[in-house]
Design a protein around this ligand. Structure first.
Ligand code: EPU
Length: 346
């Protein structure tokens, strides 16, 4: 080992990753480093470059599937910090280090009386991972409040600031997802408001709140309602390993939707401009997968979009199940499902 160039103090070899991915699959990193500062990050990258090691940046590990071991350097992003900027009568900017836990940051903002991210409570993962797939829930997406992302651009080696438009946000998509390996996000800025209207229109949320909807409702009450709704339908990754929605809701042309609707009048779709977003959960449910399980992996019994690692499943087990589900949805409805989490290793 000593002949490797400048082995940083914090670098470790052969580290198990099962506790570092919410699907809980067994995988190992050839090299591993916890990164708590920009200096750590630059040190880790310089070492990887000097030693010809590829890198993988890990946040909360809640949106990836390890298909096998990672033969390179896993950088665990832990840069944590919270601060306020530009506080005025109507709003404030919350600056979060990439390693901050997303859900704790949502509660922190809501408790301080600021609105904008309360509908995104209980989404697992870190602040730095949130822009990558433009997290969204209950009618709100991260891009609705995100002001800018600070990232290390590995092409130039410079720290850059991308404003909202430069992030190329779309449904579960961004420039960070489109150009994998180019940016390492170090900080995000959210523009929060004291008085913008709360978003309560999403069916599940509306039903839960019912009579409780009043002008007195605040961001924290909405965050708590979202937490209750999520807990009813979605498994807690601490108890039942999962990565949230395993597939994106597929977007199909209007003609395709009309065709589906005539064959399956109950099909669930949300109209977009010139297209319709289908509920993948409904398609999967109709194919009989909800609650399915084999020895190791399965499909959640209250939300068909969530795959579960019941007992010692490998990434391959999960990917095989995902492939079977995709094939049955394709065969029955002629619709292709795209995976939401990324596949790494192996
Ligand atoms: N449905 C079924 N069977 C099921 C579950 C749902 O038929 O097992 C039907 C429901 O009747 C409903 C429709 O499918 O009409 C949509 O279900 P739901 O409202 O639960 O939302 P979703 O489209 O399945 C999306 C996000 C979730 C987010 C929720 C709430 C995606 C891929 N998923 O799920 O995000 O929490 O809306 O806003 O966009 C995540 O990305 O990890 C995630 C959990």
């Amino acid at each position: 080992m000593s002949q490797r160039t400048g082995f940083p103090m914090k670098l470790k070899e052969n580290v198990g990753l099962s506790a570092l991915n919410t699907l809980g699959v067994c995988a190992a990193a050839r090299f591993y480093m916890d990164v708590d500062s920009l200096d750590d990050l630059r040190g880790a990258l310089a070492w990887a470059e000097a030693n010809g090691q590829k890198i993988l940046v890990l946040g909360g590990g809640s949106n990836l599937v390890f298909a096998g071991d990672f033969d390179g350097l896993v950088i665990r992003m832990r840069m944590a910090s919270r601060r306020w900027e530009q506080v005025d009568g109507t709003g404030a900017t919350l600056v979060l280090g990439a390693g901050e836990n997303w859900h704790q940051a949502v509660l922190y903002a809501a408790r301080a009386g600021y609105r904008g991210v309360e509908n995104l409570a209980l989404i697992p993962g870190t602040a730095g991972a949130a822009p990558v797939q433009n997290i969204g829930a209950y009618g709100v997406e991260l891009c609705d409040t995100l002001l800018s992302v600070t990232a290390l651009d590995l092409e130039s080696g410079e720290l850059v600031k991308l404003d909202n438009a430069e992030c190329g946000f779309a449904y579960r998509d961004s420039v960070f997802k489109q150009s994998p390996g180019r940016y390492i996000i170090t900080e995000i800025r959210l523009r929060l408001s004291r008085d913008k209207p709360l978003q309560l229109g999403y069916r599940d949320l509306e039903e839960y709140l019912g009579e409780a909807v009043s002008p007195d409702l605040d961001a924290l009450a909405v965050a708590e309602a979202v937490m209750a709704v999520r807990r009813r339908k979605l498994p807690d990754p601490e108890i039942i390993p999962n990565v949230g929605s395993f597939f994106k809701n597929p977007v199909v042309p209007e003609e395709k939707f009309t065709e589906l609707k005539s064959a399956h009048p109950d099909v669930v779709g949300y109209p977009q401009v010139d297209s319709v977003k289908l509920a993948a959960a409904w398609l999967i449910d109709q194919c009989g997968w909800k609650g399915y399980r084999n020895l190791r992996v399965g499909v959640h019994n209250r939300q068909a979009l969530v795959l579960i690692n019941h007992s010692g499943g490998t990434g391959q087990d999960v990917l095989e199940l995902a492939s079977d589900i995709r094939q049955s949805v394709q065969k029955r409805f002629g619709v292709n499902l795209d995976m939401e989490p990324g596949i790494v290793g192996g």
